[in-house]
Design a protein around this ligand. Structure first.
Ligand code: SF4
Ligand code: SF4
Length: 352
């Protein structure tokens, strides 16, 4: 094939010979323990996977250390999952335990396989992105420290997938994770009239707003926001840095529950709003961490074997969900936003 200078390299080039030989022929997989999987092919060949959570933002020395482990035990092959776990792909069963021991020694505990919490899928947060309402890595560290036992031991009725997205753009798979944190802004953007004509393309800004809340103000070479129509999504700020939307007093986190991708037993599900707002409390976000812990503990106790979070809620009913968790059901849970007919029809919140 002609080599090009754009696009990702072809994935087949990065597979081990064993993976190439068995491509499309994997028959089944088994969970060996909370840190190890085995995949078995039609040919009988086996591939073992050791999984461990990483903090996503890693020093180059850590990545090099992972590469060294992969060279030593895996013929140089490892990968990162979309939930930021590192997975070592092992052909020789005898290498599993020594690899795990070295991972442990580096401070990485194998886990997240089977009926556990796997690593938390998350986005960029304050460290990198421009629109976050909450931090990502700081909250993930605080939450994972609190629920670590559910990561190491298979104590849950089914797998539980956590996610975090730091704004409504949802770079994290929040709508289809069992328990998810979403950063929310709660005030409209502040228009900086003096900067806008120098920094922004006004037609683009107007077009970026999904609710048509922005109209041009030609006299000032600026725009005006209709606060009633604004849903605080931050799209305009993505287009135009002269319309900042962040607000330390009002930004915070919402919690959604009950989403899943898998269609085993029950079709895939979107999550719904459980907690509309918890303020930012860096560096350890105690209220948010406590609420996530509560949501997981109640599910662990109440759900039947094999039941995913949303399946459990569907069985007991949303009214009962708010009763058993003790979370208040407020007017903020109800979608009464009347300006957008399409989102009103497809909203993930409860309808008025
Ligand atoms: S979710 Fe929003 S704030 Fe977070 S990384 Fe994505 S675009 Fe940026
Ligand atoms: S925050 Fe979203 S809804 Fe509000 S004005 Fe900007 S683009 Fe429109």
């Amino acid at each position: 094939m002609v080599k090009t200078d754009f696009g990702p390299p072809k994935y087949l080039d990065m597979m081990s010979d064993l993976c190439k030989r068995n491509y499309g022929k994997w028959k089944y997989h088994e969970v060996l323990d909370t840190g190890t999987l085995v995949h078995v092919s039609e040919s009988g060949e086996k591939l073992y996977t050791v999984r461990a959570a990483t903090p996503r933002l890693m020093h180059i020395d850590t990545v090099r250390a992972f590469c060294d482990l992969a060279d030593k035990y895996c013929g140089g092959f490892f990968r990162f999952t979309s939930r930021h776990s590192v997975e070592f792909l092992i052909e020789d069963e005898a290498n599993i335990e020594p690899l795990k021991a070295e991972l442990h020694a580096m401070g990485y505990t194998p886990g997240g396989v089977g009926n556990t919490i796997s690593n938390m899928l998350h986005t960029q947060g304050w460290i990198h992105c421009h629109t976050p309402a909450i931090d990502a890595s700081g909250i993930v560290k605080s939450v994972m420290d609190e629920v670590f036992e559910y990561y190491k031991e298979a104590k849950l009725p089914a797998r539980l997938r956590l996610a975090l997205a730091c704004c409504l753009n949802m770079c994290g798979a929040v709508h289809c994770s069992d328990v998810a944190i979403v950063g929310v802004h709660r005030v409209p953007p502040k228009v900086q009239d003096d900067k806008i004509s120098k920094m922004c393309e006004i037609p683009n800004v107007v077009a970026a707003c999904p609710t048509r809340a922005i109209r041009p103000e030609p006299a000032k070479k600026s725009v005006v926001v209709n606060d009633e129509r604004c849903m605080y999504c931050g799209n305009c700020y993505t287009m135009c840095p002269a319309m900042p939307i962040f607000d330390p007093k009002n930004d915070g986190a919402a919690i959604f529950v009950g989403g899943k991708v898998s269609d085993a037993r029950h079709p895939a599900m979107f999550s719904k709003l459980a907690v509309p707002y918890i303020p930012n409390e860096p560096p350890r976000w105690p209220t948010l961490v406590k609420t996530i812990r509560l949501l997981i503990d109640v599910y662990a106790k109440d759900a039947k074997e094999g039941e995913r979070y949303g399946e459990w809620i569907n069985r007991i009913g949303w009214e009962k969900f708010f009763q058993v968790t003790g979370l208040p059901f407020t007017d903020k849970h109800i979608d009464d936003y009347i300006f957008s007919v399409p989102t009103f029809r497809s909203t993930a919140t409860f309808k008025w």
